[in-house]
Design a protein around this ligand. Sequence first.
Ligand code: FES
Length: 107
Amino acid sequence: MAWVRTGVARSEVPPGGMREIDLNGHLILLIHHMDQVYATAAKCTHAQGDLAQGKLQGNRLTCPRHGSVFDVKSGIVLQGPYGAMKTRELQVYHTRVEDGQIEVELS
Ligand code: FES
């Protein structure tokens, strides 16, 4: 595991906002929620919906394709299409802010 600087200043992700980045080949969504920066995979686990185009309400992120809802803090599926194409937990990453810059821990 290693901390990787994203090149994004914390001030560039406003409260309640999201920003997608490509970090060493990982598509990651940075999310500012309740004075914390969270990081999740940027593609939905159901059918690769673009979560950066989703709707963020508090800690709940809704996929724009079929409406799965994820907790951005844990990646847990709060609601979603079930059955043959079941929505799986969303990958989350640890984050920290160093010198005002967001860093993400990658394996
Ligand atoms: S692609 Fe996200 S809910 Fe189907």
